[in-house]
Structures are given as structure tokens and as C-alpha cells.
Design a protein around this ligand. Sequence first.
Ligand SMILES: O=C(O)C(=O)Cc1ccccc1
Length: 588
Amino acid sequence: MANTSSAVPKVAFLGPLGTYSHQSAHDKFGDNVEYVEQRTITTVFEAISPDIPYGVVPQQNSTFGSVIETYDNLRQPTVGSAIFVKGEVTISIQHCLAVRPGVKSEDVSRILSHEQALGQCANFLSSHYPHAVRQKVSSTAKAAEMLLEPETEDPGPDAQPVGESAAICSSHCAHLFGLSVLHESIQDRSDNFTRFFVLSTSLHEQPPYVPQEPQLFRALIRIDIFAPADGQSPINLAIASRPLQLVMSTLLTTLGVPITRIDRRPSLAPIPFQDVYFVELEELSGPPDPHDTGHREVAYTNPLAGPSTLRDIIRPQFHQNNFAEESFVKNQLGIKLDKDDQICRLSLTAAGCPLGPLHCPLRHTQPSAQNFQPPKQLPTHPRERERLATVCKHWLRGLCKKGDACEFLHEYNLRRMPECWWYAKYGYCSAGDECLYAHPKERRIECPDYNRGFCKLGPTCPRKHVRRVACQLYLTGFCPLGPECSRGHPKPGLPPPSAYDPPPPPTQKELGPPPPGYGRYADFDRGSGPMGPGAGGSGGPPGPRRNLEDVECFKCGERGHYANHCTRKNVPGNRGGLDRSYRRYGNE
Ligand SMILES: O=C(O)C(=O)Cc1ccccc1
């Protein structure tokens, strides 16, 4: 049994002797320690100190779930700073119903036990003792002990008989207290296990039990909001107002190790409906065993220390490079650098860090999303490439309907203006250098390759491709018209390099009349070609200027001037001028 020498380490447990906590503590520590019984789980936590450096508390039952009192104590700030979860032990729980010797089952009107034991036997109690009052006490052994206590209060002469009490405890406990067992193995599930935490004042020291080869490593992480003390930054409140569930869900999707358990209790922070989470992580040393009953040697690893991938989750060490120059820049030059904090691993995930860059204590780098875009595929066809480098002529007039989908540039860029229509068509533009549109010099000469029969550049060739029917005379040997011939005279030999040179700027004489429809000359360009007067110069070849005496004003109907020079502004009719519809359709 317990070693009473004061030199041996002490282990606090939920007493009195005979509890499952006592049994589990003994399973773990054996006879090499002194056991110090405590009245409640809370007092076990309180007892842990340099004098009593270890404790054992029930934590989770396979049937009834978490031991609330333990988790409530795990919320305390001392846990994680002065008290650490250092190990665990799992035992099988077999309850019995014990009574004072001589008490029969029909006399039982009250059943005492720890709330966990009452919960694990709930079905049995409902079916066998439906009318018995269930009373929670601090432990199973305490319940057994209470059966032996004399009635303290005098019930008075008129009081009804209260009946007999029974206790749910282990058979060993019943035997210890000299009780009779009415029913054995009364828990609702035959496979009923409870895990106990081994608490220690030291995170690093091995507790006084023989360490076995651990089969897995676990870590318990508490995620909480700490209440802002007076004078503290209001940032804590800001964090508090953020739902911690978000942190949790992000953690779940981000952590690379299995989360074996999550518990949640109301936070100790004075914020309504704020919870504290306990996340249990597991680092498997081998593949998980599907027939695993949970009885494996477990070592608790400090997630912040030691060679463990768990540490990387809590304090990720990646991306952190300290260069020698940094200290020189900071200390010698006194230049402020970016925060030296670790980079927040959550911020690098797709879900992002729920605390945001303002409230997260770690560094949030913000690489541009552009960095992760695949490079934009340039069109392969040279003509398409040329388009990408050309301002959209429709956009320039505010008429492009394609918006972002337009393959031309939507920006003012004088270097990338589209080609001047007049220049492209006629090889000159009367606006000359004033013209905002592009005047590619090559456009003014005919493509010597095309004239020979084939230009490999096709439509992308900057020079003019003028289609001509080959001159039959020339092909058969001699054309008397020579260069004046309007038909093609394809040369068999390679053109000289000078044939590709842009021509010298045209002289005023060469320019001739301005192209049809161009600006201020537009009125004079309405040639009397096949489309008749007023057909417009756009697209048509420049015709000879009309004699003004032949021109009839569209507005007033008089001859001698165009409508834009009409002085009779108030004449009614079409577009403010005369109604001349009768002329077209007759006078009816
Ligand atoms: O009361 C005890 O004996 C305890 O150790 C707590 C407990 C109760 C029921 C199952 C497991 C642990």
C-alpha cells in the first residue's frame, strides 16, 4: 500500500480510499508514492503544489462522457502554468450496488454515488429502482462511507421512515467498507472505461512510475479568451467578441494531426456565452489500430517543446529565417523592421486566420493573390498579339460594348493607337503628324513578296497587300505599258532589300486632295459617283469635287450651298429645313 515516508513523492486523488480515482492512481504509481486523499476533484487541483507534485483526476468516461468538474478546473490559469497534464491512465469500471449488511433491495429508497456512476447506471436504476431518489455525492467511496454514518438529524416523532440507502461503487470499495452487494456489474454498458489524467507540477520531469514505451503521444490544448484586466488593451475585448467557434473550425480544417477529442465549457472570462475549448491532439507513432480499445501507453507531449510535429502547429517554425544583417539593420542602423513574430500558419491557409491581422499575435503576411495566378496565356497568333497591343478604336469613341472581354486595350496610350483608316487605305493622311492614329510607315509601300506571288506574313504583314490580276502581256514576255500598267507585273527574282524600306515622306503635291469624308473637307467629298450625291465619302474613292452651283441645300432646298452653310435657319421642314417628301413620293 502507500509508502508513508515523507521522502516519497505525494499523489493527490479524489478520496476517500476505495474510489476509482484511487484505483487508477495506484495502477499508475504503484506503492512508490504517498497517496493524499482529497474531498473533491477541485481540491485535488488545489492540492497540487511543491509538496504534493502529482494528482490523478477522472476525465472522461466511455458511457457518460466528460467529467465536468475536471474540465471546469482545467479552465483555471494555473493549468498550463503551474499544473500540467503529464499522462493518462484508463481503467475498466464495473459498478455494484452496495448496502449496509441486512438491507434488502425492497427497502432501498435512496441511491448515492458520484454523478458519473449514477449516469453510467441510469438504465439499471430506472428499471430496478424507479422510485428511488438518486443523490449525487463527491465520490463513489464517499457514498459507500455515508451508508455507515449514523443519522445526524433527529427526524422527530411524526417523521415518516426514510427507508434505506444504497451506494454505487466498486466491489473492492464495498468490500473495503464492509458492505453487502445487492447487484454486481450494474453499469449500462459492460465495456465501460474511464480515462484519468495524471497531473504534475512539472512538464518535463518524469513522474515516479516506470515509463513504458509510449504507443502514442497526446497533447491537450486549451483555446480560451482571457479576460482583460483593468488597464489592459481593449484588443482583448475585440478578440473576445469574435466567435471562438471560428477559430475552432479553422483549426479543425488546418491542423495536420488527428484531433481525438474536443470539449467545451463556459469560459471564465466575464463574457456571456463565451466558451473555452479543450482540443486533444494525437500523434500516432504507427498506423491506427482499428481494434484499439484505448488501453495503450500514452505519453503527453508538450506541444510547445520537444521534437514533435505538434509544436510546429502551435509555434510554427517555418518561413522564419533570421539573417545576420537583420540585427545590424535593427541595432546599428536603428531601422525598424517588420514584426519579428512567427508567421501565422492559419493566415496562410485558404480559410485564413479568424483573428485577422490586427488581433492575431502572430505575423500575417499578405502575399498578393496575383502571385498565385497562372500566367496569362498570350495568344499564339501574331495578329491576336498585335491586337493586345492596340488601343480599341471603339473604346476611343466610347462605343465598345465588350468591356473587360475586349481583346484590345482600353486605355489612352498614344504609342498603341490603332492604325489611321486613311493611312491604311490610301497610304497618306492629310492630318499628317497631327493625326492621333498610327501611321505605320511600311503601310505606304506595297509588299514586294506579295507582289511576287506570296507573303508568308499574310494579314500581319505591315506593308500593303494589293491584289492585282497578273498582266497576261507581261507574263507572255512584254507589256508595252511598263510600270504604268494597272495589272500585276510579278518579278521572278528576289526583291532587293531597298524594296522593303519605308518610302520618304510624301510631298504636298503627292498628297493630293484629302481623303473622302475627312474632317473639314467632308462636305466637298460627296462625289457624284455611282451612289449619287450625298452618298458620303466613307469607303468610296475620292470623287471629283462638285460644282457648288449643282449642290442643292438639304435644308432649304435652294441651290448654291450645302445644308451646313445654310443661312435660312428658321425654315421649317425636315431637320429644321423644308419638307421635301413630296419630291420623293409625289404631291398627293
Ligand atoms: O467517485 C469515484 O470513484 C471516482 O473516482 C470518480 C468516478 C466515478 C465513476 C466512474 C469513474 C470515476
